[in-house]
Design a protein around this ligand. Sequence first.
Ligand SMILES: *Cc1c(COP(=O)(O)O)cnc(C)c1O
Length: 395
Amino acid sequence: MSIYADHAATTAMSEAAIEAMTRCMREYYGNPSSLYRIGQQAKEVLEQAREDIASVIHAESREIYFTSGGSEADNQAIRSAALAGKKKGKNHIISTAFEHHAVLHTLEQLKTEGFEVTLLDVHENGVIRPEEVEAALRPETCLVTVMYANNEIGTIQPIREIGAVCRAHQVLFHTDAVQAVGPLSIDVQAENIDYLSASSHKFHGPKGVGFLYARKGVPLLPLINGGAQEKGKRAGTENLPGIVGMAAALKETVAERDAEAIRLTGLRDRLIAGLKEIPHSALNGDAEKRLPGNVSFCFEGIEGESLLLLLDEKGISASSGSACTSGSLDPSHVLLAIGRVHDVAHGSLRLTLGRENTPEDVEYIISAVKDVVSYLRGFSPVWRDLQSGKTPFIL
Ligand SMILES: *Cc1c(COP(=O)(O)O)cnc(C)c1O
């Protein structure tokens, strides 16, 4: 038995992407900057990928910049808007407490460079309120950055409404859409998005490649200096096979999107219903405003780490938070942000379903999690104290 239920961490590459990459590596080895035919053929392939990707989010192809992934795109968008703001005397940035570390750590660094950052409350349901974005705006606000969908609890943010607030106040708006590009339909025009980050390996493309959408006319500074690739905004010979693989994976994901959303929502809701039968458990984040494949739970009286190890023994790959924080014993900043106390946040489990998962997988996961949770509670001192009434139950 082997069930991969960690699609928010990464996804298996699709056959279409592997084929497109292999072909690209064999046939288009030229440097897209070279003027002879072999180089120009590579350039054509590069620009076709850019067009294909742009059309998925209703952007123009000249607004797409290829990067090494989601983290780089986040860094570039945020630093570009921030440094341009500072030149005009604007040094305030609004974000949220449950962003990915690629955003939060960039903001931490900007604080040491004289920026002020307001992190909005994400509330118990893990959803930002647009009116609170508006209330946090100051004359010196240069950027609002709010993720499209959260990578741990899967909650989807009111991006269109936040975009409208930013547009009305002429403040730049970035969204980390790494979890959303693929599963959700996105329109950067209608949603007033100025910058958007995406990563190929979250939608069945290769790792180490992603893109930044930057609306024409918005500030954009290179993080990497060198040649004139990507209109001078990202130096270095393009990762052509990676870019071509990403475009192929995205096209395929988008073609299946609507049917897949319905199928995964059904599996997700069945999984949630099954896990809810476990006493003293709770779903993290809004039950409806969440990604089709995301299930995030807290179980009182156990350690998420031991839960993961035992599930792994039963053939299930899951996560207790984001891959970047597991391995450390700090509870997830996302679970703390939605108001989970430390002890409860420690007993968390994230199962993210995707393309390969079946209804049988879901039934197997439900029974495995039930077994493992009751086994672990059997010798947990925390659980004993809860049972005896020495400490009160929270969930
Ligand atoms: C995975 C992820 C990232 C990082 O993307 P990489 O391509 O791995 O650098 C950023 N933000 C979110 C929300 C993610 O899920």
